[in-house]
Design a protein around this ligand. Sequence first.
Ligand SMILES: [Zn+2]
Length: 265
Amino acid sequence: MSIWRYGDECPWPSRDLLESPKCPYCERGTRTFSSATEPGATRHDQVHTCSRCGWWGLARTQTIFGGSYTTIQFLGASAHLKNLLLDDLDQPIEEVRRYMLARFDARKTIHPRLLEETVASVYRDLGWKVLLTSYSNDGGVDVVLHGSGDTLTGIRVRGRVGVQVKRSKKPIEAEQIRALTGALVQGRYTRGIFVTTERFRSGALKAAERSKQVGYPIHLIDAPKLYDALELTSRARYRSFRDWQASNSPSELHSIRGDEVMYSP
Ligand SMILES: [Zn+2]
């Protein structure tokens, strides 16, 4: 299962593949791996890979020897992002995380439970013991963190932390922060984290400040911080050419630049 596809139904890759292109999805610089070149080889492959979202583009230089001339062909293939259905709870979380890095707009339509699972997996990667509360009856806390780790606000803490995850189309209001404070008090949490796909209104910031004053600090993660968190915990999809080749073998390559023909004297 991959969020990427390639082949005839995709747009043609561009000649940018002959250089080191930026990822067309998340615009990160790419890492390039080359195929091993044996002496006398007529084919050389280079694959550019994005370590953030997992995009790749392959450029192949192929030499064909004729009787009185030699032709060099420039061919390519590149991955295109599938439309992932983020209301499908069976999507592997690793793929959901890469998909959100490639297309962060997807945060607006992701199933709320899938977002909770995504946030839980990010905190797990940061060293926390993580428990997802039951979806229908969460008492205002969606994810419980035990142990110690980063809160994603640059602060490392210990204890039992209640996380509220809110896929929202509107900025978070003070009332929603106060509701989390109530849940923290009731559930005997040491502190809270509020994660949203939106931003916090100034009233919400003040409500978080008041919660801290009464002994229940709440850390606020808005959309840009959520993206940073996904990036911080993302792992490079490929580490070598062979690694890439093990899961990708594009047979349909398109011409990405006109052939070079050299006549023998
Ligand atoms: Zn990318």
